[in-house]
Ligand binder design. Structure first.
Ligand code: PEP
Ligand code: MN
Length: 348
């Protein structure tokens, strides 16, 4: 169900274990009579109904008196669908044969941008061999300078899908413009919304209606709650498969390109049920910091990493200074796998 019509979830009805369809239907009918709507979220054990409508009116309904109802809780946070209050268990997002969230850790790797067929296919092969679970590569690039390489566009999408066919790795690539949504949706397994577009609300609403998971990067100057509100835009459209990404924020510190907010990882995981990944490449801009911060991110509970790599970083058209070469990526991936195991989780 989508909430494109507007309204936010004010209340959460937690059904008793084993409550059946008839009991749920009864509640939905009662809500409809009162001019409210219910969004049913079926869990492994219990079903939860999110109620949209006038807070006062809903509060006046004797919902707790219904046989199937365990408890009724107000949702106090401004974000609703993505909140831990709405869903207590970690969301696990399936992408092709791999998973992310709830004990499954993703390793997304590949170049900043797709530069050529050879560069991308070679990247796909070595990241796969080192244990990556998904392949990244930009087709449409958000560049600070209009004179910098802007990406190969649809040609890059075709190369990415060739790499998926060969390696089986799902593709993560960025969408910048709703006009490219159909093309990106066709070729990508996960649609990335970049830091610069985190508050492009029309773009967020557009990807809220597609059947592809969204990787939503934190804006350069966005608070944690602003990131969660951006995720809520996507979820409100009906697409609840959202992966959040901490990729560093602007601070007064100049030693690194941005400052990695490692504390955001456990805070996000307390506040929402979505998987959280960390991008140490864009967070620091420095290849030598990728490994230590990857390990720190996993130790802090991140559900995955997004790491830039390049077959020859010194010739990269974009972000070479923060891209691991194949040999270093292999070493770092091995240490990351150890850390994943040490935290009692598994790769993919
Ligand atoms: C990227 O992932 O290539 C990218 C441009 O990242 P960000 O939006 O975090 O700057
Ligand atoms: Mn990049």
């Amino acid at each position: 169900m989508s909430f494109a019509e507007g309204g936010s979830i004010e209340m959460m009805i937690v059904m008793r274990e084993g409550a059946g369809e008839a009991e749920i239907e009864q509640i939905l009918e009662r809500l409809a009579e009162a001019g409210a709507t219910g969004h049913v979220s079926t869990g492994d054990v219990v079903t939860v109904i999110g109620v949209i409508g006038d807070r006062e009116v809903i509060a006046g309904l004797p919902l707790e008196a219904y046989a199937g109802v365990d408890k009724v809780l107000p949702i106090l946070k401004p974000y609703k669908l993505v909140s831990r209050e709405f869903k207590r268990r970690d969301s696990v997002i399936q992408v092709g044969d791999t998973r992310i969230g709830g004990g499954h850790v993703g390793l997304i790797a590949g170049p900043c941008s797709v530069e050529s067929r050879e560069q991308l296919l070679s990247s796909a092969r070595y990241v796969k061999a080192a244990g990556a679970t998904m392949l990244r590569g930009g087709a449409f690039k958000p560049r600070t300078s209009p004179y910098a390489f802007q990406g190969l566009g649809v040609d890059a999408l075709k190369i990415l899908s060739e790499a998926r066919d060969e390696t089986g790795l799902p593709i993560v690539t960025e969408l910048m413009d709703p006009r490219h949504l159909e093309d990106v949706r066709e070729f990508a397994d996960v649609i990335q919304i970049g830091a610069r577009n985190m508050q492009n609300f029309q773009l967020l609403s557009a990807v809220g209606t597609v059947d592809r998971p969204i990787l939503l990067k934190r804006g350069l100057a966005a608070t944690i709650d602003e990131l969660l509100m951006a995720a809520e835009y996507v979820a409100k459209g009906g697409n609840q498969d959202i992966i959040l990404c901490e990729r560093g924020i602007r601070t007064f510190e100049t030693a690194t390109r941005n400052t990695l907010d490692i504390g955001a990882v456990p805070v996000l995981k307390q506040r929402c049920h979505l998987p959280v990944v960390v991008d140490p490449s864009h967070a620091t801009g420095r290849v030598d910091l990728i490994e230590p911060l990857s390990l720190a991110a996993i130790a802090a509970g991140a559900d995955g990493l997004l790491i830039e790599t390049h077959p020859s970083p010194e010739t990269a058209l974009c972000d070479g200074g923060q891209s691991l070469n194949p040999g270093d990526f292999e070493k770092t991936a091995a240490r990351i796998k150890d850390m994943i195991e040490w935290t009692g989780r598994r790769l993919g």
